[in-house]
Design a protein around this ligand. Structure first.
Ligand code: FES
Ligand code: FES
Length: 154
């Protein structure tokens, strides 16, 4: 199949029904996207499809035809960290780190739509599960990144 992934159009040798997660990890070796539950419950596998946060463990490759997939590997641009990544470090968000690429991709999709999210907006958008309980720091880091992004846009 021809797919657009992280700004590149690629011929990918994958069955249309293969979950996007396994196409990314096993075929393209983009292992930043993680497997957690496989049933769309945890969010560890979150990528963006045309800018929307989606759970790639339950979405078939065929769903990406004509659309753009963005993974954690493309969150930084031209060697410059995304403001969320900078904020994540400043707030020391990750503990074990396993859920964090999914968290970041969901947070990036949120900030694309909402430049000034409230705590309630963040809670509604961030349904990812973290076994280490990083939720408070995730929220703080999203506020920090949103502030930085509004500042740089001013
Ligand atoms: S691995 Fe996809 S939601 Fe848990
Ligand atoms: S940081 Fe360990 S699961 Fe979230």
């Amino acid at each position: 199949m021809q797919l657009t992934i992280n700004g590149q159009t690629l011929e990918v040798d994958a069955e249309p029904e293969m979950p996007i997660l396994w196409m990314l990890r096993d075929v393209l070796h983009l292992t930043g996207t993680k497997f957690g539950c496989g049933i769309a419950a945890c969010g560890a596998c979150t990528v963006q499809l045309d800018g929307q946060a989606v759970r790639s463990c339950v979405l078939p490759v065929s769903a990406a035809a004509g659309k753009t997939i963005t993974t954690i590997e493309a969150l930084a641009k031209d060697g410059v960290s995304h403001p969320l990544q900078t904020a994540w470090i400043a707030e020391q968000v990750p503990q074990c780190g396993y859920c964090q690429s999914g968290m970041l991709m969901a947070a990036a999709a949120l900030l694309e739509k909402n430049k000034h999210p409230s705590d309630a907006d963040i809670d509604a958008a961030m349904t990812n599960i973290c076994r280490c309980g990083s939720y408070q720091r995730v929220r703080a880091a999203i506020h920090r990144a949103a502030l930085a992004m509004r500042g740089s846009a001013a």
